[in-house]
Structure formats: structure tokens, C-alpha cells
Design a protein around this ligand. Structure first.
Ligand SMILES: Nc1ncnc2c1ncn2[C@@H]1O[C@H](COP(=O)(O)OP(=O)(O)OP(=O)(O)O)[C@@H](O)[C@H]1O
Ligand SMILES: [Mg+2]
Length: 385
């Protein structure tokens, strides 16, 4: 028995304040997040969508021409009934800078921001994007509720980065926290206390791949820069951890819900399984699963085998141009029907393995989804229409 994910009830529920779209790379997280945001706005909610690296044309249709970390109103929303849609693209580096600025004095902030070690960590440390996405979510939530009687947004839809491993965004705050708090940083901080030679001894004894890579990236300047960095950053460690804990609490809140997006492919569904289990383990609320880009054929009654058989029969006769065309169409139908069958059976297998998880399928459109019309169509499909 398949349980259906009732998107309109979810979007219409004032208790739903945050929706996080997660899933493997390339499955349609950004598209789903944007489509959900648009649908909710057109149903009367005041929505902000936080997107991460949206495709250029989609970004343009959402009015996102600059990466400036500011939510901007999306034009051409229909029948809003008091609803509105703002959209923004995450600027990872800028968000990190804002965190630094918020946690230190202007002089310290300046020192940190100019530090090459900070610059390397803030733009390339694995997990930074995930961490910053969650950081931005926390900021948006604060901003939304600044005036509790008149919230700027009553729904935040969050897209997640194309992480290599599922739920990196859940682990990132912890990981970055322990990185900044951990042995590596303590080692780097040592010279400030131990000084000169002693430091070098400790340092070379503790050299690991991370430091080697960083030294390569940053060159000879690294040691002294790291020292100033660590000294300046030292005051912020507590703040960082507290924020990570806060974000985690926000994700576990009952007004937050997760939508796992998958494509009807083995790997994406395996990732989806992992997401579902992990959310369960963390006691984070899962609204359901979206299987995106399901292939459907226009004549589902005609099986691949029958279409191929018919094509073969035609091939035996004296072929004229019209039967050649028919034959081509039948063969094409056979290929498409096979893909549709495969998608169907993968979806069925997933459901069998996860009984009771609400689910909805979104058909594959013939082209990319890059405008509001396309997003509306995805929204309709999400709502089962
Ligand atoms: N139902 C659909 N039909 C056709 N194309 C789709 C559909 N859903 C998404 N796409 C297209 O697939 C591509 C990937 O989608 P999207 O960017 O939403 O995925 P993503 O999960 O956010 O990817 P990433 O992990 O790289 O961030 C885009 O070009 C998008 O337009
Ligand atoms: Mg994306």
C-alpha cells in the first residue's frame, strides 16, 4: 500500500515553517525547492527559498542575477492571496564572512578576513558549503521572526548542496566545529604559546595530510598567518559551536520537515534510503519522498515487447516510407517503455523496502525546468495533479 505525500496539506499547514529538500547530486533538489516555494506562495504563504547554485536560467527566472546573499522578491507570482515569494542564492564565502563579523570586533574581523588561512578554509574546506547553508537558514529564521506578530516569511524552503555523501549538511556544523576546536588547530596554535623551535618540533611531529595540503596551497607564508588567524579566531570558537548546536536544534524542531528527493536510479535511491534512515536516527521529521524525473510513455498500454514485435513484422513487408516511419516510432516507443518499466520497478522496490513512507512521483519533463511555468508544472505534479 503506497502512502501518498500530500504536498498541499504540508504547504498549507502554518505549523510547517521550514522545509529542507535533500537528496543525492543532480536529482532535482533545487528544482523541487523552487517549485515548492512557488506553489506555497501562490497558495498564500509568505515564502523565502534559499537556493544553492541554481542553474543559470532558473536563477534568472527567479530574478537572481547577482550572488549577494540577499532574498529578493520573485516577480510574476499569480493569485497570491496575500502570499509572496522571495528567493536567494547562497554566497558561501560571504556567509562565512558575516559569521566572523558577527562574532568579533571590527578590528579582529578585519584581521581574520584578510588572513590567507581563513580564506582557504572559508572557500574550500570540505563541508563549508553545507555549514554555511545551515548557518544561512538560522539567519533567515531569525530574520523571519524579527517581528513575531508580522513575520516577514512564514515558510522557508531550503535547498541543500550537492554533497558527496548524504546528509553532509547535518554533519557539517559538527565537523567544522571539531575542526576548529580540534587537534589540528591546537597544534597550529601551539607557537603562540610555546614559541619558535619548540613549536616547529611539535608541528613537524604532528604534520598530517591536512597541513601538508594547506602548506602547499598557502606556501611559506602559512605559519605566521596561521598564528594570527588562530589567535584572532580563538575568541570565536565558543560562538561557532553554539551556533552549530542551535542549527541542529532548528532542524530537529517540529516546525521543520524534510523532503528527500531521488531520481529513479539505483544510486540515487540508495542514497535516499540512507537519508531516510539517517533522518530517522536523528529523530528529524521526514515529510516524504519525491521520485523526480519518472519516465512515462504516452501509450502505456503498449508494452515494449509488443511494440518491438509489431516493428519487426512491419520490417518483413515491402517497406514504404510510411511503414518505415511507423517502424521507427514503434522502436522508439519500445525503448521508452523499457525505461518507464525500469523506473516503475525501481520505485516499487523502494516502496517495498520502506513501507509507509509518503511518496509522490514527478514525471520527467521534455526539457530542463528553467522558468515559473516549468516550476508550476512540477508543483502540480508534486501535489498529485
Ligand atoms: N522533472 C524534471 N523534468 C525534467 N528536468 C528536470 C526535472 N527536474 C529537474 N530537472 C532538471 O535536471 C537538472 C538538475 O536539477 P536540479 O538542479 O534541481 O538538481 P539538484 O539536485 O539541485 O542538483 P545538484 O545536486 O547539482 O545541486 C536541471 O537542469 C533541471 O532543470
Ligand atoms: Mg542544486
Amino acid at each position: 500500500m503506497v502512502s501518498v505525500l500530500d504536498i498541499d496539506t504540508l504547504l498549507g499547514d502554518p505549523q510547517t515553517r521550514i522545509i529542507v529538500c535533500c537528496g543525492a547530486g543532480g536529482v532535482g533538489k533545487t528544482t523541487t525547492a523552487a517549485a515548492l516555494g512557488l506553489r506555497a506562495a501562490e497558495a498564500g504563504r509568505r515564502v523565502v527559498v534559499l537556493t544553492i547554485d541554481p542553474a543559470r536560467r532558473l536563477a534568472q527566472s527567479l530574478g537572481l542575477t547577482t550572488l549577494d546573499n540577499t532574498p529578493r522578491p520573485v516577480k510574476d507570482i499569480k493569485n497570491t492571496d496575500g502570499g509572496s515569494l522571495d528567493a536567494m542564492m547562497l554566497d558561501m564565502k560571504r556567509t562565512f564572512d558575516e559569521v566572523v563579523e558577527a562574532h568579533s570586533t571590527p578590528e579582529k574581523a578585519e584581521q581574520i578576513l584578510a588572513n590567507p588561512f581563513y580564506q582557504a578554509v572559508s572557500s574550500s574546506f570540505a563541508g563549508t558549503q553545507e555549514y554555511m547553508a545551515m548557518e544561512k537558514l538560522g539567519q533567515l529564521r531569525l530574520e523571519a521572526d524579527r517581528d513575531p506578530d508580522n513575520p516577514r516569511w512564514d515558510l522557508i524552503v531550503v535547498d541543500t548542496p550537492p554533497s558527496r555523501s548524504a546528509l553532509d549538511f547535518l554533519d557539517a556544523p559538527k565537523r567544522l566545529g571539531s575542526f576548529l576546536d580540534g587537534r589540528f588547530i591546537r597544534l597550529l596554535a601551539a607557537p603562540a604559546k610555546a614559541g619558535g623551535r619548540a613549536y616547529l618540533k611539535v608541528f613537524s611531529a604532528g604534520v598530517n595530510i591536512v597541513t601538508r595540503t594547506l602548506t602547499k596551497v598557502l606556501g611559506g607564508q602559512m605559519l605566521s598567518d596561521v598564528q594570527t588567524f588562530v589567535a584572532a579566531f580563538d575568541t570565536m570558537f565558543g560562538g561557532f559551536r553554539k551556533r552549530a548546536d542551535h542549527t541542529y536544534a532548528l532542524l530537529s524542531d517540529r516546525t521543520t520537515t524534510f523532503i528527500v528527493v531521488a531520481a529513479p536510479e539505483r544510486d540515487a535511491l540508495r542514497e535516499a534510503s540512507y537519508f531516510v534512515d539517517r533522518l530517522d536516527e536523528e529523530e528529524m521529521p521526514l515529510a516524504g519522498l519525491v521520485i523526480n524525473r519518472m519516465y512515462r510513455v504516452s501509450a502505456p498500454g503498449l508494452s515494449a515487447a509488443r511494440a518491438l514485435g509489431a516493428a519487426e513484422e512491419l520490417g518483413d513487408e515491402e517497406s514504404d516510407s510510411s511503414s518505415a516511419i511507423t517502424q521507427g516510432l514503434l522502436r522508439m516507443h519500445a525503448i521508452q517503455a523499457e525505461i518507464a518499466d525500469r523506473h516503475e520497478s525501481l520505485a516499487r522496490r523502494f516502496i517495498a523496502g520502506h513501507p509507509g513512507i509518503p511518496m509522490v512521483e514527478v514525471p520527467a519533463a521534455s526539457g530542463d525546468i528553467h522558468d515559473l511555468v516549468g516550476l508550476r508544472a512540477v508543483g502540480n505534479a508534486l501535489a498529485g495533479h
